[in-house]
Design a protein around this ligand. Structure first.
Ligand code: SAM
Length: 227
């Protein structure tokens, strides 16, 4: 039998499958429609989407006991490096129809996927732009509650800081997925994570937690903090 339980964080769920395996899930805001390879599961007239930690670093962080959870119904998010919308679509489920997620991506091909998803999910606003140049989208994006960055670039800390200055409300939360090999393939990953943390502190940001995503993504951490 399928079993549904609330996760300790709002708008997230645990589903026990018939084979006994447990999956993280969100409530599907667009029932009947799959965004990637997630499973759609109906329980008590509602449809849930499995949130795959091998496909989403946010799901990987949540599965690795992420404590900071600022997502709530109606909040606003700027997401840098939205790709084809895998994680964006789950954030869209989590923040509800009164929330908004500005999904920024510079690859034209990925942006066309994002546009297709945004036609079905009204809380997603796709933006075709380069995250290195916030002035290019400052007319479209207001001050937001949460800034999420997953761009896998060597200068990702600087990119994050430029966007925090332009768009994150004071006291707002930031998430940065750090891929050690995108920064320096020759350095020990732990050293790279420390350097990124120090860099973020030097920008005047507060770090709340650094989550090792190793169980799901090799040589990655998620750093979460506050402006
Ligand atoms: C690791 S993927 C993101 C995966 C996505 N966050 C998810 O969980 O579904 C990194 C993405 O960042 C995009 N990207 C890299 N540099 C960028 C930049 N300067 N501006 C906008 N997008 C960028 C890439 O095109 C790529 O789609």
């Amino acid at each position: 039998m399928l079993e549904l339980k609330n996760h300790e964080h709002n708008d997230l769920f645990w589903i026990t499958l018939r084979d006994g395996n447990v999956r993280l899930a969100t409530l599907n805001a667009d029932p009947g429609y799959q965004v990637y390879t997630e499973r759609l599961i109906k329980i008590d007239e509602k449809e849930y989407r499995t949130f795959d930690p091998f496909k989403s670093k946010l799901a990987a962080a949540i599965r690795s006991n992420m404590k900071t959870y600022p997502f709530s119904k109606g909040c606003s998010v700027l997401y840098l490096g939205a790709a084809s919308g895998t994680t964006v679509s789950h954030v869209s489920d989590m923040i509800g129809e009164n929330g908004v997620i500005y999904a920024l991506e510079f690859s034209s091909r990925s942006v066309s996927d994002l546009i297709n998803i945004a036609e079905r999910r009204k809380n997603i606003i796709p933006i075709h732009a380069d995250a290195r140049f916030p002035e290019g989208y400052s007319f479209t994006v207001p001050m937001v509650d949460i800034l999420y960055e997953d761009v896998a670039q060597p200068t990702q800390a600087e990119i994050l800081n430029a966007n925090i200055k332009a768009f994150l409300k004071k006291g707002g939360y930031f998430f940065i997925a750090v891929k050690a090999r995108s920064i320096d393939v020759t350095k020990e990953p732990k050293l790279i994570y420390k350097e990124v943390e120090e860099q973020l502190k030097s920008f005047g940001l507060t770090i709340l937690e650094t989550i090792d995503l190793e169980s799901f993504e090799k040589d990655h951490v998620m750093i979460i903090g506050q402006k």
